[in-house]
Write a protein that binds this ligand. Structure first.
Ligand SMILES: Nc1ncnc2c1ncn2[C@@H]1O[C@H](COP(=O)(O)OP(=O)(O)OP(=O)(O)O)[C@@H](O)[C@H]1O
Ligand SMILES: [Mg+2]
Length: 149
């Protein structure tokens, strides 16, 4: 686990942008952290790092935003409103959580796979987790799962 501190939204975006450099097609990046921890900010940077030029916002009310025009399609999911894996299946989201044809970035991923470690309960694709937590108003701790990287 790699642990970093961010002192601003821009810095959190930059961490996401840096992670984008090591991402390949079919990857799933699962984000965990409380409301306002910076998950969407991290995804914004990650999408930028993959060459997406448009607006990135939380799909909390839509479950899924799709970003096209970068090096590969980006599926931005937010499972906050779902209670568990049954809801994820019911919403037809499994295809984005197991070897998608682009990269999936999933806020509140624990709704799907629980709080277990890196690959528990997850399909065959490459799965990485990112944990964000608020230390104070402007400081965030960002922990990356770099298993096998
Ligand atoms: N170092 C920081 N990194 C990221 N965001 C920060 C930081 N410091 C303050 N913030 C603020 O925290 C909030 C992060 O919002 P963001 O939407 O990215 O969080 P989130 O984890 O996606 O929340 P949600 O669970 O509601 O989707 C923003 O209001 C941002 O301005
Ligand atoms: Mg969000």
């Amino acid at each position: 686990m790699i642990v970093r501190r961010s002192k601003s939204v821009e810095e959190t975006e930059a961490f996401g942008e840096a992670l984008a450099k090591s991402i390949g097609s079919g990857w799933v990046i699962g984000l965990s952290g409380d409301l306002g921890a910076g998950k969407t900010a991290f995804v914004r940077g990650l999408a930028r790092g993959l060459g997406f030029k448009g607006r990135v916002h939380s799909p909390t009310f839509a479950l899924l935003n799709q970003y096209e025009g970068g090096v590969m399609p980006i599926y931005h999911l937010d499972l906050y409103r779902l209670r568990g894996p049954e809801d994820v299946m019911g919403a037809g989201l499994e295809e984005y959580l197991n070897c998608p044809d682009g990269v999936s970035v999933v806020e509140w991923v624990e709704r799907w796979c629980g709080d277990a470690g890196a690959t528990e309960g997850v399909g065959a694709g490459t799965f990485r987790r990112v944990y964000l937590s608020s230390l104070d108003e402007h400081t965030r701790e960002i922990a990356y799962d770099n298993a096998g990287a």
